[in-house]
Design a protein around this ligand. Structure first.
Ligand code: ACO
Length: 384
């Protein structure tokens, strides 16, 4: 039967598929609200556990609630030996970091049995362990021993400590924490939608998170910051920006870190991260690189308007993500996994919200195949 519909929206563009109290994206005005707070107010001021608590409980924690959450996160950070073995096996095969994270995230319920009743606890465990997985895997892959989490360090500082084996500067820890807060949630983006679809079938938290990591990995979602930084390095000098970017656009290539399905003005996260990146580079980094990136950004936006007039392609979150994460010392292949370390806050909040309020998510497709075929026995079929 032909399943035609008059409301087909390719890419589900403009389709409302859920209600959420978690975040609101205003693409026309370039505003992002997280549980009632403007992102630009929340992200630079809050600690990551405060943002987590806000997403999970719809209010800021008091001192006692925050301390209790921090203690529980610290207690859950260490990885069980079975996950470390899995990561070691992946490292010997040089599996990409996002794939190792997906595998280990999918195995996080090895020691959690009654998943349905303990969703919130499982969510907390996953948020606590995502940074430990990424850091341990990075070290194993580079032939180093994993560094055990330090319970005295907070979430962002501890992540850098587990990666590098030394405590980060305050400027680095604060820049990373601002980044994690900035990407904590963003409406019904592809990975969050994936997580909600999975858990809406009454599947479990860990399955939803493994699916979300898989969705985030693609270059049209969370995989863009590495290539965005590569572009800045390939350009090298301000005067090369225009010819280099023109060549890319004339070859029909996309400029990574620009364009967005929802934002038709500058992504507010780009604004926030540009400011955080400037603070970090002024305190701790290479201002010449920051200035070059600004030139690349200005040139790219101008050329995108020339080559794609009316498309309103502006800087997205990934461009300054690349600069900021480079500034805190992360290699490019950790950019997308670090996005997951922040976004797991939103994924878990959406998973809990979907299970409370949601229905099975089951859209339809327009059938464009053949009709009226008759079965042909194998011996009578043509080779073509
Ligand atoms: N560079 C060059 N052209 C672009 C770009 C870009 N970065 N983005 C869109 N366009 C062009 C397309 O080629 C298309 O042109 P056409 O109509 O002449 O064929 C037009 O703009 C519309 O593009 P769509 O693909 O329909 O836009 P969509 O809303 O699906 O894409 C997306 C959004 C995927 C982010 C796109 O802008 C893109 O590919 N950007 C580069 C990758 C990137 O930065 N990804 C990170 C996104 S942020 C995040 O997910 C966290």
């Amino acid at each position: 039967m032909t399943d035609n519909t008059t409301t087909y929206a390719p890419g589900l563009e403009g389709v409302i598929a859920a209600e959420t109290r978690l975040s609101a994206v205003d693409g026309a005005a370039g505003r992002l609200t997280i549980a009632g707070f403007p992102l630009e107010e929340l992200a630079p001021n809050a600690s990551f556990p405060e943002v987590l608590y806000l997403l999970w409980h719809d209010r800021l924690p008091d001192g006692a609630a925050l301390a209790a959450l921090q203690d529980r996160l610290a207690a859950k950070r260490p990885l069980p030996p079975a996950i470390l073995d899995l990561l070691s096996a992946a490292a010997t095969r040089d599996v990409p970091v996002m794939d190792a994270l997906r595998m280990a995230a999918g195995a996080l319920d090895l020691d959690v049995r009654d998943r349905g009743e303990r969703m919130a606890e499982t969510a907390e465990m996953a948020v606590a362990r995502f940074p430990t997985i990424v850091a341990a895997y990075r070290r194993l892959r580079d032939g180093e021993e994993p560094v055990a989490p330090d319970p005295d360090l907070d979430h962002a500082a501890n992540y850098l400590y587990m990666l590098n084996g030394e405590r980060p500067s305050d400027a680095q820890a604060r820049a990373l924490e601002t980044y994690l807060n900035a990407v904590c949630d963003h409406g019904l983006n592809a990975s969050t939608f994936t997580a909600r679809v999975i858990v809406a079938t009454q599947s479990d938290v860990i399955s939803a998170l493994a699916g979300a990591v898989g969705a985030l990995k693609g270059p049209l979602h969370g995989g863009a910051p590495g290539p965005a930084l590569d572009t800045v390095f390939a350009i090298g000098e301000a005067e090369n920006a225009e010819p280099y970017l023109r060549r890319k656009l004339e070859a029909g290539e996309r400029l990574m870190g620009f364009g967005h399905r929802v934002y038709k003005v500058r992504d507010p996260r780009a604004e926030l991260l540009a400011a955080a990146t400037e603070r970090l580079y002024r305190a701790d980094g290479d201002m010449a690189l920051y200035q070059l990136a600004k030139t690349v950004e200005e040139t790219a936006v101008r050329l995108l308007e020339e080559y794609k007039p009316g498309r309103r392609l502006q800087t997205n979150v990934e461009f300054y993500t690349a600069l900021l994460l480079h500034g805190v010392g992360l290699p490019t292949d950790l950019f997308s996994p670090t996005f997951a370390v922040g976004r797991v806050a939103g994924w878990t909040a959406h998973i809990l919200e979907q299970r409370e309020t949601g229905r099975l998510i089951r859209p339809r497709a327009v059938y464009t195949g053949e009709n009226g075929r008759s079965w042909i026995p194998l011996a009578q079929r043509d080779a073509t």
